[in-house]
Design a binder for this molecule. Structure first.
Ligand code: NAD
Length: 688
């Protein structure tokens, strides 16, 4: 018998252990070993019931993700054969679910007759997040166990359920008490042992909740799916569960295999690994201990500060919010209160929960109050002098070891850190994105002198907040804004050359971007970038192309949505952008002044120009060490800039297009356009 499973007798109960360290992944050899144990237990007249357990690990740490997309060795028993064997077992099998039992692990548990979960355990079928429906019968068994409506929530939503919710939904039969899970699983098996031949879930039938159930389900997911195919494929599999089990199962396998080989699944697999890899900081032992953080100070209660305070409160931190005067503080607190009131009104939060969050917030106008903070996030005006004064104060008033973070978008974090004097190693950047309580992305900016444990602590705070944190080096705009600015610049040039804002936006949203670049600019406000351009005008190379159109819009007071006019017109109370001939006329005017003959531009050129420029700049920051790795850039763009996940981020996408093709086009543009010098990393990637 293989060493990947072991059978132990406990009276008349057989306990089968899965033993495949470190996470009990469903690797080659595991199903065969388990089937052998199962056969042994079935053949033994002294055994009445069986417990399947992963020991003190999860039952199965999911499918072996390294095997996805690879062929299973011929002749080797498979996960499906194991689940079939469980399904056909005449003696009742209790699955003891110790930790997180997701994907293939939960599909095995569904092959068992009963499920007992540890109180801290979780179960779920999150495969949709990898671009595939569950492939080992989960889509057929779960509706038979808990009904189609709840099964759709679990499978199409892809979110794991904690023990209590899993029990409420019927995904598990019992929640164990604290203490030894195995003992309780054996007791469970003894309870069910004498109750005759066990009936497998596959023998149950599925009821259609209502006539239009699947039409409604598809309609409700059509928008949420954002062009992803996997959620729809999950729905197709669920519909197949209405068929007799063998047919539904075969259909679900067909759909699964079709998705498993898709570009979407490859991209989502890439993102799965990319997001885990992003947590690693080069040159730092990630196992080092972090500093304790329970109270967070936030300085500035404007757009970002109030969003950061909400995000911190939502994550269980106590927050001390500081403003420069009472009026600004009241305005910030009102913003926070309004946000929570909105959530209560929508039924997403109880009054009690709101009161608890607000109760954890202390509002002050005196920086001395930061003495109690373990971490301070500064979010005041984007002005070096103002920020330096604050960091000098923070160095004086905060306790030793408190981490001092700035949310600056563009200012050199090293210069801010200098102001903290001896506390320089406690300073780093925590660059949140707006709205800070919603956006997943967080750039941790690695100041030159930042202490390794300070960086690790900031990463771990980000994780606790449910953010996807990426480490960035120091440059103008860090990873995201620096690259996005190049993409945006190309969009503006295209406008000057003959495209309209709506054509550019449509080409990019058709590609999959959540919003087009002009809609984004109008949403963020054109005045911020205008101020930035004015402040850095002296650094601009006068010999390089510069389009004055955005400046002219600002001179006309057109700051975007906030003034109802920007690249588009907005009607009162409506965010739908309406094309404006005045903008077209201005574009024609700036083009004439720059000696550009406007022409018809294809959507293909728009996508290529915008995205190849983006990729070339991404390569430049890899050369400069601003991003640690290619995949971090993908993580930044998919989590902070609306890049379609199904395309795996700009670097993954460029790899699929072919870096050689990107390079050759970049070289071609460089003949006639400014800013298109191929970056060395692009040349390197193209040559590989
Ligand atoms: P904001 O103008 O909305 O808010 C700034 C707040 O800081 C104001 O309420 C102001 O009263 C307060 N303030 C100024 N000086 C202060 C002081 N000395 N002490 C206490 N409070 C003080 O600006 P914002 O959009 O929230 O931006 C804040 C920071 O976050 C900036 O550095 C900005 O670059 C950065 N940021 C902004 C965004 C965004 O989308 N708005 C995104 C990421 C980062």
């Amino acid at each position: 018998m293989s060493d990947k499973a072991r059978l132990e007798r406990h009276g008349r109960i057989a306990v089968i252990f899965i033993e495949n360290p470190p996470v009990n992944a469903m690797s080659v050899g595991v199903p065969g070993a388990l089937i052998a144990c199962l056969d042994q237990a079935q053949a033994d007249d002294e055994i009445d019931a069986i417990v399947l357990t992963g020991g003190n690990k999860g039952l199965i740490g999911g499918a072996d993700i390294n095997m996805l997309g690879k062929p299973w060795p011929e002749g080797e028993p498979t996960l499906h054969m194991l689940i079939d064997a469980l399904d056909a077992c005449k003696k009742p099998v209790v699955a003891a679910l110790q930790a997180h039992t997701l994907g293939g692990g939960y599909e095995i548990a569904l092959g068992c007759h009963y499920r007992l979960i540890h109180p801290a355990g979780q179960v779920g079928l999150p495969e949709v997040n990898l671009g595939i429906p569950p492939g080992a019968g989960g889509t057929q068994r779960l509706p038979r166990l808990i009904g189609l409506e709840k099964a759709a929530e679990v499978i199409v939503g892809g979110k794991p359920a904690k023990a209590a919710k899993a029990f409420d939904m019927g995904m598990v039969d019992r929640i164990a008490a604290e203490g030894d899970l195995l003992e309780q699983a054996i007791a469970f098996a003894q309870d069910v042992a004498g109750k005759g031949a066990a009936t497998p879930i596959s023998a149950r039938s599925v009821t259609l909740p209502s006539d239009g159930f699947f039409d409604d389900l598809r309609a409700s997911w059509a928008k949420k799916a954002k062009g992803l195919r996997a959620p729809m494929a999950c729905i197709d599999c669920l519909e197949a569960s209405l068929l007799p089990f063998p047919e539904g199962y075969a259909e679900s396998r067909r759909i699964f295999l079709d998705c498993a080989g898709s570009e979407e699944a490859a991209a989502l697999r890439h993102m799965f690994f990319a997001e885990r890899t992003a947590a690693k900081i080069d040159g730092i032992d990630n196992k080092q201990s972090t500093r304790p953080v329970s109270t967070v100070g936030v300085i500035g209660a404007g757009t970002m500060g109030s969003g950061i305070a909400i995000a911190m409160l939502d994550s269980g931190y106590s927050v001390i919010l500081m403003e420069r005067n009472k009026d600004a503080l009241d305005a910030g607190c009102a913003r926070i209160d309004k946000n929570y009131a909105g959530q209560v009104a929508k039924g997403r939060m109880t009054e009690d929960a709101k009161a608890k969050r607000i109760g954890a917030l202390t509002a002050v106008t005196d920086i001395e109050a930061m003495a109690d903070a373990d971490l301070v996030v500064e979010a005041v005006f984007e002005d070096l002098g103002v920020k330096q004064a604050i960091f000098a104060d923070l160095a004086r008033v905060t306790k030793p070891g408190a981490i001092l973070a700035t949310n600056t978008s563009y200012i050199d974090v090293n210069k801010i850190a200098e102001a903290a004097g001896e506390r320089v190693s406690d300073v780093l950047g925590m660059h949140f994105f707006s709205p800070a309580n919603i956006m997943k992305l967080l750039e941790i900016v690695r100041a030159d002198k930042a202490a390794p444990d300070a960086l690790l602590t900031a990463m771990s705070v980000g994780r606790k907040m449910g953010k996807t944190a990426v480490v960035a080096g120091i440059c103008d705009g860090f990873i995201g804004n620096r690259i996005y600015n190049v993409y945006r610049r190309e969009a503006i040039f295209l406008l000057e050359e003959g495209a309209s804002p709506s054509q550019v936006d449509k080409a990019m949203t058709d590609f999959g971007m959540a919003l087009g670049p002009f809609a984004v600019m109008d949403l963020a406000g054109l005045d911020i970038a205008w101020a930035q351009r004015k402040a850095t005008a002296h650094l601009r190379d006068p010999n390089k192309r510069y389009c004055t159109l955005p400046d002219r819009l600002c001179e006309l007071g057109r700051f975007g949505q906030k003034t109802s006019r920007g690249f588009y017109i907005y009607e009162e109370g409506n965010r739908k952008p309406i094309p404006d001939p005045e903008v077209e006329a201005l574009a024609a005017e700036t083009a004439a002044e720059a000696g550009i003959t406007r022409r018809t531009i294809t959507d293909e050129e728009i996508v290529q120009r915008c995205l190849f420029a983006l990729v070339n700049e991404a390569c430049a920051i890899l050369d400069e060490g601003i991003a640690q790795r290619e995949s971090d850039i993908d993580v930044v763009f998919c989590n902070g800039y609306g890049f379609p996940r199904r395309r795996g981020g700009p670097m993954f996408w460029a790899g699929r297009v072919g870096f050689d093709k990107v390079l050759s086009q970049v070289k071609q543009y460089s003949q006639t356009h400014d800013f298109w010098d191929p970056s060395p990393a692009l040349v390197r990637l193209a040559n590989n």
